[in-house]
Design a protein around this ligand. Sequence first.
Ligand SMILES: O=C(O)CCC(=O)C(=O)O
Length: 274
Amino acid sequence: MGRTEALTAAEWVQFEQEGYLRLGQIASDSQLASLQARMDAIMLGKVRYKGMYFQLDSASGSYGDVPSGGEWAEATLNYRKIETLERDPEFLAYLQHPVFRNICQQVYGDSVSIYRSMFMNKPAFRGTVLPYHQDGGDQWGLDRNPLVTIWTALDNATVENGCMQVIAGSHRLGLLSQWGHTISPEQEAELAPESASLFLEAKAGEAILLHNWLLHRSGVNRIECPRRAFSVCYMEGATRSQQDENRTYPLVFGEGALCPEDQRPDYIEESLAV
Ligand SMILES: O=C(O)CCC(=O)C(=O)O
């Protein structure tokens, strides 16, 4: 049984100070096992959805070598990133957990959408360095900045397999570049020196609340155990694209929210269908 209680006032204060908060285990053991199995089935093409975004891992481990993504490419566990997981009923049900709803309602009110729901993977003995960055800014093309990301470890995340690293309190610096995302080498030397870096090891099933402006990075995986994770960026339901005010984003809480019962794979191997 995972956590069901809302955040306490002390936890909110801690989140405001540090820019991250460990939420403990949210998924039950059986839900976690089912998310792990579903993730591998999606990578192996046993469950498929139109419009899901896939990006293979780089061969070199270098961020500059990450291939541009697109549709499902091949049956392999070496994907680096997969987006649009809200199309899958199991991932949608998880990201709509009451604890997450309560957090989002405190920050945004009743209507909440997502910018993305994504799988981030450091495959066995592989993975790509993700440099220090913040999640937001003009690069995201939104008319307001999202502030809430919830990251869940699908495997034990350790220093050896590329757990996340953060600079506690760095969200209070605000967005370091209006364009957003990665920071310059000069900013990194000043604001994110190795000595200030905190390794956020996490147990499989543990969820961590992240402020979108918290500086975070992750390295490569030096061991056989993959480091799979699921990360969801929640935002105010009224958020629109800067370029196209008619573009909406999937609503996950409040009126018009997606329902797991309505999500169907376009293809599912017979042995996996329930
Ligand atoms: O999982 C990782 O290594 C990084 C995740 C991340 O950058 C995010 O969730 O925004």
